[in-house]
Design a protein around this ligand. Sequence first.
Ligand SMILES: NC(=O)c1ccc[n+]([C@@H]2O[C@H](COP(=O)([O-])OP(=O)(O)OC[C@H]3O[C@@H](n4cnc5c(N)ncnc54)[C@H](OP(=O)(O)O)[C@@H]3O)[C@@H](O)[C@H]2O)c1
Length: 267
Amino acid sequence: MPIHGAYAEFVCLPQRELVPVPSGLDAAEAVSVILNYITAYQMLHRSAKVKPGQRVLFHGASGGVGTALLQLGRLAELEMYGTCSSRGATVVSELGGVPIDYRDQDYVQEIHRLTGKGVHAVFDPIGGSHLWHSRKTLRPGGRVVGYGNTTSLRGEGLGSDRTGRRNRLHGIPIYALYIAGGWLLPGRKRIVPYSIQTLKRWKPALFRQDLITLLDLLQQQKIKPLVAKRFPIAEARQAHELLGMGGVIGKIVLVPKGSSVESGAAL
Ligand SMILES: NC(=O)c1ccc[n+]([C@@H]2O[C@H](COP(=O)([O-])OP(=O)(O)OC[C@H]3O[C@@H](n4cnc5c(N)ncnc54)[C@H](OP(=O)(O)O)[C@@H]3O)[C@@H](O)[C@H]2O)c1
């Protein structure tokens, strides 16, 4: 997970960063595990510490991280709800979640209608004031795990700047305010941030351990990353344009020159 510089056929990494990939795996599926599934796995098991039978809400449930959360949530025997647009409803149902259309429905009302008391945990990549709405779906003692700031990308919400360009720093004070609010207000409903980069930096051994666990689950076919499309690396621009249009179900993978876009090596 180099974060930067991954659009290349080779990257140079320290040996301690390497994890063997079991033989026989599709490279595009293996590469899809790293960011999306580690994020999903660590948020479920290290941040929220979910237990079988608990109720959870995943925002962006038909996206790359969302579909990983659904697959791992099913393995953890959770009762799952997921916000998505109408395009993603079928995949959310197929992966065992109850879809809630974020464009046409009020998900706070819908969660309380469907669950009564609310959910044990919410996983929120949207950020800004959305975090506080997510908190309203919790039962007492529940947790919102915040892991993104999509509002700052779109030039809307509290994390945006005037030009609408991405500005992550603008979201931080409001994030801190919500975290403090979660501690101070009654109901023990906490907001906790998650960052794969920070956890990898602080606890590299956990990162390795979780990646090995996930590659093992992939080999046992207990998880199956959704690869929406494979593009040759030279068409990276089209891959970004497709992502920008929205409605992508799962992960887009770039494949190196000379490799098949049907299967084979991936970047
Ligand atoms: N903190 C971390 O360590 C970490 C790690 C990985 C990813 N992330 C962040 O997680 C976010 C999601 O990543 P991804 O790879 O899963 O992206 P993705 O594949 O593009 O999925 C995003 C999904 O969110 C949906 N969506 C958009 N607005 C929404 C809203 N208001 N309510 C509910 N769903 C909404 C989209 O649905 P439609 O397209 O159908 O509208 C799409 O399915 C990104 O912001 C990314 O930066 C953070």
